[in-house]
Design a protein around this ligand. Structure first.
Ligand code: PLV
Length: 322
């Protein structure tokens, strides 16, 4: 079997973001992974550990974890069942089917789909693939930081790392990677959209809480409860995690700007992180003294996402009045 399923993605310098922030901005282009997002790292690793002689895998997903699970299952020659909520666009269902997966649409949001996936794993004896809450996923995602560190060269550290948070798997994986390369003194800016803000809500409440519902269009950030480990990291203060929110409008505008400037189309989940640069949030954090000035290079995790094409982008613009 091949060693892993993910690719070593490019680390690109963004001239326009660098100009905007007055510091070098590096983008880790996880959009260029097979299956369209970073998820392949963790899910590839988890499937290798868990599903060697599996009868098949089952994954509940807003879309991208499912895309990764379907891709890995196809490569491993096992069937994949992906359960998505009705909030996932038709485009996602088609892409999953093209990847060879059986798709089931259950419930309104990811948490509903997850309950069904757990049930199926028991009744059908399928390997359950969680999208964000498992140590194997974090181990797999950590490879991203090892690659960035190798690309930057020894002794070079970013001034901050910018990423999106859904259920917190990306956050936990990045921190795992930071531990491995000795970057625990680098702050993380953890972005969510209003209405898909389970980490921010947990931090405010001082404990893990479950949101009533998901009102954001960033459906791939739409877990109602953040994973315990992500919350624990946020409490520990090491690394420092700055949890911030943007509106759907800001995330969508960021996607548009990113498409214009970098010629790459990403989904709303990724737009949440990009909006921190384009909306002026990073500058504001510097003014408030929560990030240093001058800032050493900023590392942006371009997490990608498959739930987007030009049609979907237009539909989102209409819906959000942009
Ligand atoms: N998406 C998960 C969870 O959805 C999924 O099932 O695909 N960026 C993109 C493009 C994503 O797809 C996700 C997660 C994230 C960021 C956030 O990652 P997380 O969940 O590990 O914090 C409900």
């Amino acid at each position: 079997m091949q060693e892993h399923f993910h690719l070593n993605t490019p680390l690109l310098e963004s001239v326009s973001m660098s100009k905007l922030l007055g510091t070098t901005v590096y983008m880790k282009m996880e959009n260029s992974q097979p299956s369209g997002s970073f998820k392949i790292r963790g899910i590839g690793h988890l499937c290798q550990q868990l599903s060697g002689r599996s009868r098949g895998v089952v994954c509940a997903s807003g879309g991208n974890a499912g895309m990764a699970a379907a891709y890995v299952a196809r490569k491993m020659g096992v069937p994949a069942t992906i359960v998505v909520p009705s909030s996932s666009p038709q485009l996602v269902v088609r892409r999953l089917q093209d990847e060879g997966a059986t798709v089931r649409i259950v419930g309104k949001v990811w948490d509903d789909a997850n309950a069904e996936a757990l049930r199926l794993s028991e009744s059908e004896g399928l390997t359950f693939v969680p999208p964000f809450d498992h140590p194997f996923l974090w181990e797999g995602h950590a490879s991203m930081i090892a690659e960035v560190s190798a690309s930057l060269g020894s002794g070079v550290k970013p001034g901050a790392i910018l990423l999106s948070v859904g259920g917190g798997g990306l956050l936990c994986g990045v921190i795992q990677g930071m531990k491995d390369v000795g970057w625990m003194d680098v702050p993380i800016i953890a972005m969510e959209t209003v209405g898909a803000d389970c980490l921010n809500a947990a931090i405010k409440a001082g404990k893990v809480v479950t949101l009533d519902g998901i009102t954001s269009e960033a459906k791939c950030l739409g877990a109602k409860t953040v994973c315990q480990r992500a919350f624990e990291y946020s409490r520990s203060g090491e690394p420092k995690i700055i949890s911030e929110l943007v509106t759907d409008q800001q995330a969508l505008t960021a996607i548009d700007t990113f498409l214009d400037e970098e010629r790459v189309l990403v989904e709303m989940a990724c737009g949440a992180a990009l909006a921190a640069v384009y909306s002026g949030l990073i500058r504001r954090l510097q003014e408030q003294g929560r990030l240093p000035t001058p800032l050493r290079p900023l590392l942006v995790i371009v997490c990608g996402g498959s739930s987007i094409n030009m049609g979907e982008l237009s539909a989102l613009k209409e819906k959000l009045h942009i």
